[in-house]
Design a protein around this ligand. Structure first.
Ligand code: FEO
Length: 396
């Protein structure tokens, strides 16, 4: 499949409707994804990125149906991760001497993955590649989100090829932002930012300002996943600037797990108390053991405050909650407040463990937590409601 993007630029990637997990099993992709590759046919022909390895044969075969592969003058590898470089080995078997433009770190990553001696051409920020009239300008983007990551910009057509940045795991036959469901698009864009880019927020902000400082007109952003931003591409740049600055909405998210429903009852009553005190705040509850963890991470990302709950088991907390902490710790959320709760039978360490885990993950714990022994009594229910009312203020 070849789709016109603008003038002599075409999309030649792969839409992966079946994908439900990405990065191994780490990231849920309810709406599939795409691996976007672009063909630029000016006097010189450049190919920007390829696709994930399982689709290498199909990709190279489709590409060969569109052009003589030997007419590709340059391959641009904006990023070495397998979902974009996976078809390079197959492609370069067919056209082995074609130069591969990438960053110095790109050479290390590509060589580390494929152990091939390809015709690498190292580029750095500001380097240009003349395609005959139009040029590609390279902009290194280290840690957005790998050390080798890079953008490139096509003059004349004013297209930024941003690779992972501004992307979404979102399959669509209609490859452009104005043709898809806007709620789905923003939901997937935010989930992608929250789960992948949050740890690099300071680099995101710096890189965007650096790019804006180049004063290059921006008509289209061609990402490497999901849709192409051709209508008001600045909208996703503006959202990234918001998301990069300790983003929060008027939301409190309660995340818990439960064994015999005591902690669930507490969660629901705390939520009720929050809502009673502040009807404007958006309160959401997730039993993490039966919820999608990446969706929950996106909800935590949107929250001004979180309340974590677990019963005590073996002097600790339930494993589903513990696993989420491992993930959240690495994401380095900032500017978020937190509180804890949990039921217990005899020793009751869960609230202490939850508080410590939240502090380690960078949250400001505003309260040492509410503990209830055995199943909540009528009196305990009143305590949960009161705790919720207290948190409505304390987590603001
Ligand atoms: Fe889409 Fe970092 O690869």
């Amino acid at each position: 499949m070849k789709v016109a993007v603008k003038n002599n630029v075409h999309w030649v990637g792969k839409i992966d409707w079946e994908l439900r997990k990405f990065h191994g099993d780490e990231y849920s992709t309810h709406r599939g994804s795409s691996y976007n590759s672009y063909l630029i046919q000016e006097e010189k022909t450049a190919l920007v990125d390829t696709v994930w390895a399982p689709f290498a044969e199909e990709y190279v075969s489709n590409l060969a149906g569109e052009i003589e592969l030997e007419t590709i003058d340059y391959i641009i590898a904006n990023h070495a991760e397998i979902d974009h470089s996976g078809a390079l080995p197959r492609l370069l078997e067919r056209i082995p001497d074609t130069p591969v433009y990438c960053t110095a770190n790109g050479v290390k990553s590509l060589t580390g993955h494929y152990h091939r001696d390809w015709n690498f051409r190292v580029v750095k920020t500001g380097d240009r590649l003349n395609l005959g009239g139009k040029e590609l300008i390279f902009v290194e983007a280290p840690m957005l989100h790998w050390p080798d990551s890079m953008f490139c910009y096509l003059t004349g057509d004013n297209i930024l090829f941003s690779n992972d940045a501004f992307g979404q795991h979102y399959a669509s036959e209609y490859l452009f932002n104005d043709l898809v469901d806007q709620n789905e698009l923003i939901t997937e864009s935010l989930k992608y930012y929250a789960n992948i880019l949050t740890p690099f927020s300071s680099s995101v902000e710096k890189k965007i300002h650096e790019f804006l400082g180049l004063d290059l007109p921006l008509d289209i952003i061609c990402t490497s996943h999901g849709i192409i931003w051709r209508t008001n591409p600045a909208q996703i740049v503006e959202r990234y600037l918001q998301w990069a600055k300790a983003y929060k909405e008027n939301q409190i998210t309660i995340v818990y797990d439960t064994m015999w429903n005591g902690t669930r009852v507490m969660a629901e009553r705390i939520a009720q108390g929050i809502g009673n005190e502040d009807p404007d705040v958006n309160v959401k509850l997730f039993n993490i053991a039966v919820s999608d963890k990446n969706d929950v991470v996106a909800e935590v990302f949107k929250s001004k405050g979180v309340v974590f709950g677990s019963p005590t088991i073996n002097r600790g907390i339930l494993t589903a909650v513990a696993a989420l902490f491992e993930q959240i710790k690495g994401l380095s959320f900032s500017g978020k407040k937190a509180a804890v709760f949990g039921s217990y039978g005899w020793s009751g360490e869960s609230t202490k463990v939850l508080g410590e885990s939240l502090r380690q993950a960078g949250f400001t714990v505003v309260d040492e937590g509410l503990k209830v022994q055995w199943n909540p009594s009528e009196k305990n229910i009143e305590e949960c409601l009161a705790y919720g009312r207290k948190l409505a203020k304390a987590l603001s």
